[in-house]
Design a binder for this molecule. Structure first.
Ligand code: UDP
Ligand code: MG
Length: 331
């Protein structure tokens, strides 16, 4: 029994030489079993996107491709970050696949959830989100900050799926629509829900990183979080305006208060309040300028309209006419 669903797994890899041998082994087994069961077509592929790794990741991908055409490789010219690497992979396969599933290279996402995702796709979902059922394997700190963040994002008006990272299935149509979003400040988990279409959810246990270390140290995580908020919401700017109005109202009250004190003859001291207010207002002004600057920075980057990634090498099937509109191959 043959299926005609052509699945592409898209795996961003940044310095993943420790996990790649195991990940590829498991993916190969998974895809083969799905092919044998007749769930997906035997032209399904695994696309490993090398995000400018400094270790032997690309050599490993090259070897895998030579050994088994199941594996394809996309090499970015330099490190562009997880989101851009993912996008590069998805955009490369969008015209040749029926469905693409994105997954981390470190085996934190449960490979066995793929079956259920495909099932949901067959039932008509165009986007299937992998959602973690628990966060037991995360540190207390990561769990707390991550969950607080999802709540904050939702309050800011960004429609992101709770506890969903980038483990998701997207149909060809969904990918086509995603390609219309040309923003440079890319935050995929915020953009994908904007597409609309029929979605579904698959729950899975997230395990610990199989080997190697997280490519998201605290600072990178914080900047990613901030990136997400400022890419998706203008509420912080509005908040600043509100704050301005509030502080101005307070200053009017203080003005009235000091005038009364003045006319009743009580105008000594006052040093503490003066100094405090200078610092407080100075600080608030700086923060506000910073936030506004952040948005202006974003506008600056968007207007430049630079390519989000450049593909320097591609290892794939000769028959596939890969869509290269958003993809520039150097050689
Ligand atoms: N990654 C990437 N480019 C980067 C950082 C990370 O392509 O600049 C990939 C990485 O190889 C992995 C995925 O993004 O497949 C998630 O990274 P990681 O597991 O380090 O993040 P965490 O799970 O700790 O949040
Ligand atoms: Mg990870």
């Amino acid at each position: 029994m043959q299926s005609n669903i052509r699945l592409f797994m898209v795996i961003p890899c940044y310095n993943e030489q420790e996990v790649l041998p195991e990940t590829s082994k498991r993916l190969e087994a998974k895809l083969n079993s799905l092919i044998n069961k007749g769930v997906i077509s035997d032209t399904s592929r695994v696309v490993l996107v090398d995000d400018g790794s400094k270790d032997t990741t690309w050599q490993l991908i090259d070897e895998l491709h030579k050994k088994n055409p199941l594996f394809q490789g996309v090499k970015l010219s330099r490190n562009r970050g997880h989101q851009n690497a993912l996008l590069a992979g998805l955009m490369t396969v969008r015209s040749v696949c029926d469905v693409a599933i994105s997954m981390d290279a470190d085996l934190q996402d449960d490979i066995d959830a793929i079956d259920e995702m495909l099932q949901k796709y067959k039932e008509g979902a165009e986007i299937v989100y992998g959602v973690r059922s628990s966060r037991q394997t995360d540190t207390f700190f990561k769990r707390g900050t991550a969950q607080g963040y999802y709540k904050l994002m939702n309050r800011m008006g960004a429609d992101i799926v709770y506890n969903h990272a980038d483990f998701r299935l997207m149909s060809r149509d969904a990918l086509e629509m995603l390609s219309e979003y040309s923003e440079v400040n890319l935050f995929l988990r915020g953009i994908v829900p904007m597409i609309g279409l029929k979605t579904d959810i698959v729950y899975y246990e997230r395990s610990e990183r199989f080997a190697g270390e997280s490519k998201y140290p605290l600072m990178k995580m914080l900047s990613f979080a901030f990136e997400g908020i400022t890419s998706l919401s203008v509420k912080p700017i509005r908040f600043i305006s509100g704050l301005g109005v509030f502080i101005f109202s307070v200053s009017v009250i203080i003005l009235i208060y000091t005038l009364i004190r003045h006319f009743t003859g009580n105008t000594i001291q006052g040093w503490t309040t003066t100094v405090l207010s200078i610092w407080a207002i100075g600080g608030l002004t700086m923060i506000s300028l910073g936030v506004i600057g952040e948005y202006i920075g974003k506008i600056y980057l968007e207007t430049k309209n630079r390519p989000r990634y450049i593909i320097s090498e591609y290892l794939g099937d000769k028959d596939d006419v890969v869509d290269l509109i958003d993809v520039k191959i150097k050689k």
